[in-house]
Design a protein around this ligand. Sequence first.
Ligand code: WT7
Length: 647
Amino acid sequence: MSYPYQIKSLEQYHQVYRESIENPEAFWTTIAEHFRWKQNPERTLQWNFKDPEVKWFEGGTLNITENCLDRWAETQPHTAALIWESNDPEEHHRILSYKELLFKVNQFSNVLKNNGAKKGDRICIYMPMVPELAIAVLACARIGAIHSVVFGGFSAQSIADRINDAQCNIVITADGGYRGNKEIPLKNVIDDALVQCPSVQRVIVLTRTRIPVSMIKGRDTWWEDEIRKVETSGNPFVQAEEMKAEDPLFILYTSGSTGKPKGVVHSCAGYMIYTNYTFVNVFQYQPGELHFCTADIGWITGHSYILYGPLSAGATSLMFEGIPTWPDAGRFWDIVDKFKVNILYTAPTAIRSLMVFGTELIDRHDLSSLKVLGSVGEPINEEAWHWFDQHIGKGRCPIVDTWWQTETGGIMISNLAGITPQKPAHATYPLPGVQPILVDEQGNKIPGGDASALVLPSETISGNLCIQFPWPSIIRTTYGDHERCRTTYFSTYDHLYFTGDGCLRDAEGNYRITGRVDDVLNVSGHRIGTAEVENAINMHTGVVESAIVGYPHDIKGQGIYAYVIFNGHIPDKNLVAQDIHQTVSRIIGAIAKPDKIQFVSALPKTRSGKIMRRILRKIAEGDVDNLGDISTLFDPAVVEEIKMNRL
Ligand code: WT7
């Protein structure tokens, strides 16, 4: 087996990039030929960024699970599809071959059908990182149900909002989950959420931790009991549902600068082709290699590079239930050594959290199996890049710095491992098929910022990062609210998809993403909307008003700094801060808890009442002498007070 569209040299990259711009349709048509279609596509692309409307491979029908499972179960049935490593190093790992995984996905597809699931239904999945999570996701895809995976760290309220937005009728969960030395009561959280969710008719509960759970008659059923029912009923094979290319495959919620999280919708064919193409090219995957992506399947990285990308390529994907620092900070190196991992794809925040432990735990392990390292989720600082390169890659593994987003579905800008040049802290070149462009605030194109023009800037330039041509896994809509999709991504600049990121481009053509230019924070690689956190804090009875900004954090990349106006006397700041933490955990989840809470008597506002975040950001960053013009403030004196009491 080989991948005919795998780029093998720098010259070829440049040639293919050029072809992909000159004739994008021909470029993607050729790649699409390497997949299993039920009906071949008739039209490659129809699009406008105004409505927006993007349709790839129309007329084509397929099922992504036939591409991820059946075709490999036929040609390489005994190849491991998934290798699962428990949170607990003492618990035995599990290996599922393509044949076994297909069997289990079929079984669970039957379970879903028995519980009333149909094509087009929305199914919420709230599970720990166990193989059954992968099985549940793939079973939804097999029967044409739209999965909406919610990360296991989100609160009951967040789950309820997501279930209600998508009107899910089924929830798949587990009694509990393990993360390090913690046990998370997943089913209890679901029970709290479902009080608010009338659309849910069935809850399927996997046994994992055996923490006591309440099972509601007529609604809740055990995974294992359901499997037993289908086992006794004979042949488990399930004909994969015939899906139109543009039918939705899944919804994944992500935060923005305003309002509640939006449900990003991805489609069946485009998403499959793009995750496969990027997986094969960026990581330069070779058959037989072991790919370890350390993300959780609750985030887009897990969807695309634990499940769909690797499996659609017939690869072996390692799925890890635990965390990098438990039982000790050598856990990743342990796993790399134990399974002889070839590709390690992780996040800068994980790298930084491990750097502080020194190299002793690394030196105890043989990391010589590693061939390629990868980074995703936030800008990687040079120090972390070099540490990763030296201590993990031993100076002999290319590092791919992959820039992309939940909305892009797959990697957009990245070096190709060992093929195109790498540069520390730079995502470098766009993948063939991707047309980034830099614009100024007014939307004017910055000379040298347009990759498709094939002209390099004479010096490093800076702008807002947009994409000017569709790629197959571009966001199709925000679930239930297409207008929100249009205003969020396609209205800032005419005829461009706006990423929300600031970006530099050097004279060699390398792109360097510098971070969000909107009110979105990136905390440990997770996207958090400032408005969302403010709303959560404001739910606390004593809070009058709050403002959230990000500040540089050694490990998380960005930390959350909260300025809070509290009603009346504060008897004990620590106690009140704890209550605010508890409130945020309840409303959003522990990942959104502020790192610092400063109580203030007022916030810097313009005369029209708008909070001047620029000033708050500077103070949080410690840059108190460069606040710029504050004369337009309603009450400039508050700035002095805030500066003085800065944490
Ligand atoms: C935002 C997207 C993509 C999967 C994980 C995060 C930032 C992501 C990089 C990178 C610099 C990066 C951007 C982007 N980001 N990768 N390699 N270099 N910044 O997905 O939650 O949708 O967040 O993460 O700011 O917009 P997400």
